[in-house]
Structure formats: C-alpha cells, structure tokens
Write a protein that binds this ligand. Structure first.
Ligand code: B4P
Length: 191
C-alpha cells in the first residue's frame, strides 16, 4: 500500500501527474480541488462558500476542507485500502497535521511527498492556457497571481515540513509529461 501526496504550486501539473500515478500504481485519487468544483457545480451550500474563496485565489478554511477530506476517506474506505494519492491536500501546516492524525487513526501514514518544482512564469503560462479551454473561473491572470501568492505564504512551508520528516522528493516539473512521470517513478521505486 502506497500513500502519496502530490505537491506543488497551482499549475505545476499535480492533476496531470496524478492521472498517470493512479493508473500505474492502482491508487485511489482524492483531489480536494475536484471535490470542491463538484460541490460548486451541484450548487450545494459548501460549493457556494468554496466558490467565494476560490474565485479570490484564497484557500478554503482549514476546518472545512479537513472535514471534507475525512468524509471522503470514510465514504471510500474500501478503495482507500489500496493506497491513496492526495492531490492538492495538504495545503497548510494544520492540514498536514490533520492528515497525519486521520491516517494514524486508520493505521496508516504518508509514504512520500512528490514535489513538482516549476518556475513561476511557466505556472502562469500553463494556467492561462488551461483557462482558455476549461472555463475555470480561477484560471485568469489576476486570480492566478493571487493563487501563487497564497501558495508562497501558506503552502510552500510544507516543503520544509516534509523534508524534515525525510518524505519530500523534489521533481523537476519542467519538460514533457511522460518525462516528468519517469522521474516520479524512479523516485518512488526506491521506496
Ligand atoms: P486545485 O484544483 O488543486 O488547483 P491547482 O492548485 O491550480 O492545481 P491543479 O491540479 O488544478 O493544476 P495542475 O497543477 O494539475 O485547487 C483549486 C482551488 O481549490 C484552490 O486554489 C483553493 O482555493 C481550493 N482548494 C483546493 N484544495 C484545497 C485545500 N486543501 N485547502 C484549501 N483550499 C483548497 O495544472 C496543470 C496545468 O498545466 C494543466 O492545464 C496541464 O494541462 C498543464 N500541464 C501539466 N503538466 C505540464 C507539462 N509538463 N508541460 C506543460 N503543461 C503542463
């Protein structure tokens, strides 16, 4: 069983590489961004609250997202036993601490954190390109710059947090999608 966090700035390729990891390692995928967008599409109360934060380039409050994650884990106990890829979670230190506790309560832990490292101007380029096709309301230049600022202030400290635990694996996220996936596999195959 392999539990992986895929970590990186917005636009670093977390979703893209998650799709390949799921297939290769037969993992269950939890993307908090996808869960929130699903709520927005369905017009739930949670979706309305989340949209306010997402459109401002801010993070949804920790209490809310931690509850959502716990719920997803409980609703998918069976699938989660084969190993999980956490995509877009944790994004703050309190979320990382909560994840550790949630997994410990279930007798498991995070095995590795795959950090996709991509220069800032490339991130903006990718987000704007996706915005032209996806219609995602947060994929415009103003919100993308705010998302990056939020990432630097609240999320990037997690790199040192997981380095200290010996779990962080830096991956160069520039290059072809398959080339990056090969680097990730090489790194995970040493586990
Ligand atoms: P997410 O959905 O996680 O959005 P993201 O950080 O932008 O990552 P995403 O997975 O979409 O992008 P990727 O790097 O794959 O979150 C959206 C919002 O939800 C957050 O801003 C926040 O408000 C909220 N939220 C989610 N989780 C939360 C949490 N835990 N706590 C609080 N709030 C939370 O993007 C890759 C793009 O680049 C794609 O278009 C892809 O085609 C392209 N790409 C990928 N690899 C490439 C390559 N090698 N070369 C060129 N292009 C590439």
């Amino acid at each position: 069983m392999l539990n992986i966090v895929i970590f990186g700035a917005p636009g670093s390729g977390k979703g893209t590489q998650s799709d390949k990891l799921i297939e290769h390692y037969n993992l269950f995928h939890i993307s908090t961004g996808d869960v929130l967008r699903d709520h927005i599409r369905r017009g739930t109360e949670l979706g309305k609250t989340a949209k306010g934060y997402i459109d401002q380039g801010q993070l949804v409050p920790d209490e809310l997202i931690i509850d959502i994650l716990a719920q997803v884990l409980d609703d998918n106990k069976e699938q989660a036993t084969q190993g999980v890829i956490f995509d877009g979670f944790p994004r703050t230190i309190p979320q990382a601490e909560a994840l550790e506790q949630l997994l410990a309560d279930r007798g498991t832990q995070i095995d590795a954190v795959v950090g996709l490292e991509v220069p800032e101007e490339e991130l903006i380029k990718r987000i704007l390109l996706r915005g032209q096709m996806s219609g995602r309301s947060d994929d415009n230049e103003e919100t993308a710059r705010k998302r990056l600022e939020t990432y630097h202030n609240q999320t990037s400290p997690l790199k040192a947090y997981y380095e200290e635990k010996g779990k962080y694996r830096a991956i160069n996220g520039l290059g072809s999608i398959d080339g990056i996936f090969d680097l990730i596999k090489e790194s995970l195959d040493t586990l």
